[in-house]
Design a protein around this ligand. Sequence first.
Ligand code: ASP
Length: 342
Amino acid sequence: MKHMRIILLFAFIFVCGWLPAQVSQDAANQSASGSRHWVLVVHGGAGGPAKGNMKPEREKQYTDSISRALGIGSGILASGGSSLDAVEAVIRFMEDCPLFNAGKGAVLDEDGKAELDASIMDGKTGKAGAVGGVTIIKNPITAARAVMDKTDHVMLIGPGADAFARTHGLEIADPSYFITPERYEAWKAAKQKTRTEQPAPSSEEKEKKGTVGCVALDVNGNLAAGTSTGGMMMKMSGRVGDSPIIGAGTWADKNCAVSCTGHGEFFIRNCAAYNVAVQMLYAGKPLAEAAHFVIFDLLKAKGGEGGLIAVDKDGNIAMPFSSNAMFRGTVSARALPLVSIY
Ligand code: ASP
């Protein structure tokens, strides 16, 4: 009888206390994230030819790949997965796709090598990871995440980063895996131009964009961002751009998540990704205004071309770019997938 009373007492406490507490916690999560709202934004790089100058079949290849990336990320977010997992999975897919300047299909440096950069940031914890100048890691974004999750550091570079990936069992690829025939031809032509002392490659040829990035808001209201790239075509060996630099190419906190693409040196000098967060936090700008300010008033005004994708804690999206085009796509719990180039 005494035992029975104790059991009843516990049952009473459970029903009156713990259960409502859980329900109200869930409700809080739901209202904070806008009725279990989630948002995914992807970019496949700023730059590329002006509208009308790309073959329709080529455009379709890009838009189909961005749609598939959106499908992968939305599958994770719609089933309650984290923004961090969605960002990593989307970028892995884009790194494996030879169309984009990241992973397989990366542009080549002046020596004809692919040197890859990537970073990822978790807005919930403020933790970040990055790799720079890696040459044998099949998915640099996963290496960036491993740096974040498994070390006390933020960035590993070159041979040390490659060795770290090997010892942590990440997939390793021969350096030739990253070089597609198309990128090799483009590199050969650019090299020829410099050898025959023709005018140096134009900035459009030199920059050949296609960097990939992803930002996401999950149903628990957490934000994450990631960026991965081969950098800029014919870059000096050892050059590292903005993509793996936290605050320049990638940023995520509790207010917004940002991934940039464009002429990296300008993005580094202007702390572009973090500057979006700063404009919101200290200047009180809404996301779209903050993102526009960074791309046009800060970067374009100084000659730095490019774009960014961003999402805030309320699920607002911004995707400004000053280049001819930026491959991009969005999808959310409340909106169907949308893919655009120009
Ligand atoms: N931002 C990259 C870099 O400078 C290139 C790009 O986004 O296309 O390395």
